[in-house]
Each structure stands twice: as C-alpha cells, then as structure tokens.
Design a protein around this ligand. Structure first.
Ligand code: SAH
Length: 397
C-alpha cells in the first residue's frame, strides 16, 4: 500500500538515514488528509488542506511545493521535506510522422511500460498501460510475448497521464477544448486483472476538481475477464471495449487463450448485462483483421448474429505486424468487404486507421524490454488459458 510507511504519529527528528519521500500522486483525498495530520496540521483543517493540495497537483499540475501558495509557508516547507509530487521517468519519447507520441516510462524499480498519445483533428486519446507485461498471451499481440512482471500502481497509472499532459502543455486542466480529451485503458496489460489499482487511478483522473476527464471519455478495454466486468461498469461507469477477434470458440481459444476460461457465450452475456450500456453508449467490440484467419464473409455474418441483441459497435483493427509474428494483416479488400457486411446489419464498423506504426506505437505493438518469453514458454502459458493471471495479479498488486 502507498501509505503503509506513513503513520499519524508526529514526524521524528531526522536520523542518519534519510526517510524515503512519500509520493503524493496516486493518493486519494483521505490519504492526503492523513498525510497532513502526520506532518502536523490540525485534524480539523486536514480535509481543506488536502483539497488545496489536490487542486495544485491535479488541476495545475504543480510539482514544486513552493508554488502552492494557498498552503502557507510552514506547511509548504514541511511537505517539501517529507513528500514529493513525482512523475514516471521517461526512458524514451518518440514522435511519429503522423503526430502520435509514444513514451517508454520508467518507474522507481526501473521497470518500464509504454503510453501513447494519439491526436485527432480536434481531440486526442492517451492510451495507458495497466501492467508491466501481460499474462494473457494473445497470439497476435506483441505485449503478449512478455511475462507479467507486475501490476502498475495507482501512482504509476495516473503518472502516465500526467506525463502526457506535461509533454503537451495542458496544465492547468482546460475546461473547454483539450488536446488530451480521452483516455483508453488499452496499453500494455489486462486492466481487469489489476482492477483495484486501475479503479483508484481512474477515480483520481475523473475527479472534477483535478484532471477532470469524465467517465464518458474513458474506455477500458478487456480481453474478457467476465467476473470483473459488472464491477467495472457499476463502480466506474466507464465505456467498455471488448477484444473479441473471433466468432467461434475454437478459433478464439487459440487467439485469445482466456476464452477457454470465459467462452464467447459467457462473455457476450456479461456484455448484455454491462451497467450503463445502451444505444447511446455502446460497447465497442475490437476485431483484429488477420489474413485468412478470421476475416471471411462467413465470419462477418456470424459476428452480426452474435451482436444482434447487444448495444454494440465494432472496431476493425488492421493487424499491426511486429518482429517475429506469423500473422499477416488482411487485404484492404477483405477488410472493406467485412466492414460492409457488419455495416449493412446496422452496426457502425469503422476501420481503425493504424497510427504511429513507424514508432511501433500501434495496437498490440507496445512492449518494453522486460523479460521476453521463449516460444516454448508462450505455448505452455497459453495452454493454461490465462497464464494463472488472477494469481499473479493478486500476488503483485
Ligand atoms: N488486455 C486488454 C488491453 C489491451 S488493448 C485487451 O485485450 O483488450 C489492445 C488492443 O489491441 C486489444 O484489442 C488487442 O487485442 C489489440 N491488439 C493486440 N495486438 C494487436 C496487433 N498486433 N494488431 C492490432 N491489434 C492488436
């Protein structure tokens, strides 16, 4: 836990070993108030102080306590001695010819994960990672060739978005037009296997007095962790995207091994029950176009049959190749034929324009240099359906 080493006792005299600074990003308001008490603010004022600090950190993007003028000099000094408002380090920043930016972020233990900013004409989405590596081993996904190293903390998840805002100069939080208008939890990892940390981070991001990105502008993408979907809708109210990619269990078992645990019928049932989904807020079904694998006209017809009673839209993603993959992207003809069938059945089915391909920032290309799995290990892991994902994520959260 973030504040495990923080107690309500008065700070003791400095010893020879400097105490580690308490990171404030990623703490909720109650935790910030507890910090205020711990550094000597009267309890009755701690909620107000936490609110002021919150505004500096998350509305202004301030990192330097000396700029936080409303807090008063002595409190600012005490904070500067004991706490920090940090950011993940940036190991590498790349800018694609199409304006897409990708950051390889480095965390305190030197683990790394990627985040991407995808600008559109009048808005833009930041794609955020939830884990270092992944347990799922989806066959066509580059991240799936990595081991799960660990879950990202709320500090690290919120920090990714704050780095993007630093980089695009979007502090203080704009109330009108923003470049960084949307968030997609579609980076590395499976967000529903790190639900508590993702939920805490998104609550901070959605808070109206801070970063203030509304739940309507946040989409969480899952490979189909059925037991967590209800909570995601009920507790966070964000939009849902589901990585479907196949319309038959035998094929989906192979492409998305998690399907062996939660097959298509169960997954679609959870979609039907997803809180807040309706015709105005549809569930997005992502479908990666793999040549000769899942792109036939029969597949397209079956997709429309499966989705018939779900408030759905379809996102067709041309497969993005990565070094060492056996898959190929479907031909343009096959993709447009597929899209037409889905469209004619009444679903919106845009073909997602690949962005940032030149810097390997497109879907499924994200990968940090963490431990790579051998092909034998990958095969063994996908035989295990979800790579013991629940156990691993519980152990590392
Ligand atoms: N684990 C979550 C979050 C990853 S989101 C999920 O599975 O939804 C990334 C999206 O890109 C998913 O839909 C994923 O299936 C898709 N994807 C992965 N590899 C891809 C590739 N090489 N080309 C295109 N899309 C890919």
């Amino acid at each position: 836990m973030m504040i495990a080493n923080m107690t309500a006792e008065p700070i003791t005299e400095p010893s020879d070993v400097p105490a580690p600074m308490q990171e404030l990003v990623g703490l909720d308001r109650d935790e910030l108030a507890a910090i205020m008490v711990a550094i000597g603010e009267p309890e009755g004022r701690s909620t107000l102080r936490a609110k002021q600090l919150w505004h500096w950190m998350y509305h202004h993007g301030a990192r330097d306590f000396s700029l936080m003028t409303s807090l008063g000099g002595p409190l600012r000094e005490k904070l500067a001695e004991t706490c920090a408002v940090g950011r993940p380090g940036i190991s590498r920043e790349q800018i694609s010819t199409d304006g897409t930016r990708k950051w390889l972020m480095r965390f305190d233990d030197n683990q790394e994960a990627e985040s991407v900013y995808i600008p559109e004409d009048d808005r833009g989405a930041v794609c955020i990672s939830s884990q270092v590596g992944c347990t799922l081993s989806c066959k066509f996904c580059h991240t799936g060739t990595q081991r799960l190293v660990r879950n990202l903390t709320p500090t690290e998840i919120v920090g990714q978005f704050m780095v993007a805002r630093d980089s695009c100069g979007e502090w203080p939080s704009p109330s009108g037009e923003r470049m960084l208008s949307n968030i997609v939890m579609m980076g590395m990892g499976e967000p529903l296997y790190n639900f508590d940390n993702v939920a805490k981070a998104l609550r901070i991001i959605m808070d109206q007095e801070g970063i203030a990105i509304s739940r309507r502008r946040i989409t969480l993408s899952t490979a189909g962790v059925v037991p967590m979907m209800e909570r995601c809708g009920a507790e966070l109210g964000v939009s849902l995207a589901v990585s479907l990619h196949a319309v038959r269990d035998d094929l989906r078992d192979m492409l998305v091994p998690l399907n062996r645990k939660y097959p298509i019928a169960e997954l679609l049932d959870a979609c039907r029950k997803y809180p807040g989904a309706n015709n105005a807020r549809r569930i997005t079904f992502e479908y990666v176009m793999l040549k000769g694998v899942n792109d036939s006209t029969a597949d397209a017809h079956e997709l429309t049959r499966l989705l018939a009673d779900i408030p759905a839209k379809v996102n067709l993603i041309p497969f993005n190749a990565w070094p060492g993959t056996d898959f190929e992207c479907s031909s343009n003809n096959a993709i447009y034929r597929f899209a037409e069938i889905v469209n004619n059945a009444g679903f919106s089915a845009p073909v997602r324009a690949p962005r940032g391909r030149d810097i390997l920032a497109a879907c499924g290309q994200l990968k940090s240099a963490s431990i790579k799995l051998s092909r034998r290990e990958r095969d063994a892991r996908s035989a295990d359906a979800d790579g013991a994902g629940l156990a691993a994520s519980a152990a590392t959260s």
